[in-house]
Design a protein around this ligand. Structure first.
Ligand code: SF4
Ligand code: SF4
Length: 470
């Protein structure tokens, strides 16, 4: 094995001038990656079993009688690990999203695109489900190419028909899974068991999402990562020389050259066999360096290790490593940048923790009715007219009552408002607060109010009360 103390490799950067998913005529370059096999692929297969089990199991998991995860974007109701975030919790929602983004930035700075290769549903479904169906029906890359070029014989019709029917079935399953996260399994089960005519918009939604997933996995494929996904496009700013990524060790591999029998080899360890390119689902050559198109699927690590094994070289010419390790043989995972991200994240999580701890089940606003004055009653009391709104910040039914804590007085509601609040519901109305004049020494008095459900105090708040001056 050849080693170098200083970088000797100056890569040809001209490949960056063109998008390899499109050919010179502007037509789509359809990739036929060879079936990956090896240590890393086996590890990923096991991890896929875990990820898919979690993905399909999660909507059934409940905490406190409600789903562990729910993303009901239509009604702006979210449940994240049992914490309900409703339409009133925009601060909580904003802070959760912000801390999620900072976490992604931190994770990517250290571990590169580990998420893309191992856990992203796009890669997991594309490479470990749809691609495997394709290999099982049409065979490896060479056979797939031949079948595509072949005339429409019965065999081709049967193979393509079976493949696309299975693609459609899996897309339908994924559409239902998505809906389970949006509506919850109970609601989805109810919809499925009831006649289609009662849920036409939702069934249209399932059909629409099935079509989108089918289009994505049957046609869009690698371009979902290389053209559509914003995360992939951010890699240039998120990664640095210490980030871990699937990388080609050009110090060891270059200058590349074919291996000849009995030759006294002066080149590097790359035998220019192109196996790393042949297995790549995004059609890139990892030897060109870090590229936005690389989803870190590890297929090229296995392909190269198998070649190294065949020719008796050390494995790991392509491996998880960082640019700093390749060039300087050292790596620093905890850099100043990483420390800065950790500080921001700790601050955000502390803020989130405080907000969740101080969060009340209801949020009430009670203001004096616009343009209204105090009323002096004959029995020596003063009345003020208020309008109120009570928001339920939980996902359960709440039956609140409003109380005046101090000074002593009474509340008279206009009409008979039903204050019962559905999950994330709101109730509003008008009420008089009546207080003896003797308890009101000033023109403006602060009232201490509370909202109860049964004996449980849900919330305390203040409002002002106007009285005539002594
Ligand atoms: S370069 Fe390697 S790790 Fe990156 S997408 Fe291609 S095969 Fe996967
Ligand atoms: S698989 Fe390894 S040896 Fe073959 S071309 Fe790629 S980097 Fe070189």
């Amino acid at each position: 094995m050849k080693t170098f103390d200083t970088p000797i490799y100056e890569p040809d950067e001209s490949f960056r001038d063109q998008f390899n998913a499109v050919n010179e005529d502007g037509k789509r370059n359809w990739f036929y990656p060879q079936k990956p096999k090896g240590k890393w692929h086996n590890r990923r297969s096991w991890f896929t079993v875990l990820i898919l089990s979690l993905l399909f199991l999660m909507p059934f998991l409940k905490f406190n009688g409600q789903p562990l995860l729910l993303f009901n974007v239509m009604e702006r109701k979210f449940i994240i690990f049992g914490i309900f975030i409703g339409p009133q919790d925009y601060w909580l929602f904003g802070l959760t999203m912000l801390s999620f983004m900072v976490f992604i930035v931190l994770f990517t700075t250290i571990f590169g695109r580990l998420w893309c290769g191992w856990a992203c549903p796009q890669t997991v479904f594309m490479e470990m489900v749809f691609r495997k169906i394709e290999y099982a029906i049409e065979g490896d890359a060479g056979k797939q190419k031949l079948l595509t070029k072949a005339p429409w014989t019965t065999e081709k019709i049967l193979k393509k028909g079976l493949k696309y029917t299975l693609f459609l079935a899996v897309s339908f399953l994924i559409a239902n899974l998505l809906l389970a996260y949006v509506l919850g399994v109970d609601e989805l089960g109810k919809i499925i068991s009831e006649p289609i005519s009662e849920h036409v918009p939702l069934f249209a939604g399932i059909a629409g999402f099935t079509a989108v997933f089918y289009f994505n996995f049957a046609w869009l494929r690698d371009q979902a990562c290389t053209v559509v996904c914003p995360y992939g496009r951010l890699q240039g700013v998120l990664l640095d020389r210490n980030s871990i990524a699937v990388a080609y060790d050009y110090q060891r591999g270059e200058p590349r050259g074919k291996l000849h029998k009995g030759q006294d080899r002066t080149e590097g360890d790359c035998i220019n066999c192109h196996q790393c390119v042949a297995v790549c689902p995004t059609g890139i050559d990892i030897r060109n360096g870090l590229q936005m198109e690389c989803v870190n699927c590890t297929a090229c690590i296995d392909a190269c290790d198998s070649m190294m094994d065949k020719v008796g070289f050390e494995p790991g010419l392509i491996r998880y490593t960082s640019e700093n390790v390749i060039v300087n043989k050292t790596n620093k995972l905890i850099t100043n940048r990483v420390i800065a991200y950790i500080i921001v994240l700790v601050l955000l999580w502390s803020g989130l923790g405080i907000m969740i701890a101080k969060r009340t089940d209801t949020q009430t606003t009670l203001f004096r009715a616009p343009g209204s004055q105090y009323i002096e009653n004959k029995d020596g009391t003063i009345s003020n007219l208020y309008t109120f709104k009570i928001f339920n910040k939980t996902n359960f039914v709440v039956r609140p009552t409003i109380h005046l804590e101090s000074p002593k007085g009474k509340l008279i509601f206009a009409g008979k408002p039903d204050l019962t609040l559905d999950g994330a519901g709101m109730s509003q109305g008008t009420l008089f607060i009546i207080i003896p004049k003797s308890a009101l020494p000033n023109r403006k008095t602060k009232l201490k109010m509370s909202v109860y459900q049964g004996d449980k105090k849900l919330e305390s708040f203040e409002t002002t009360f106007m009285a005539p001056e002594e």
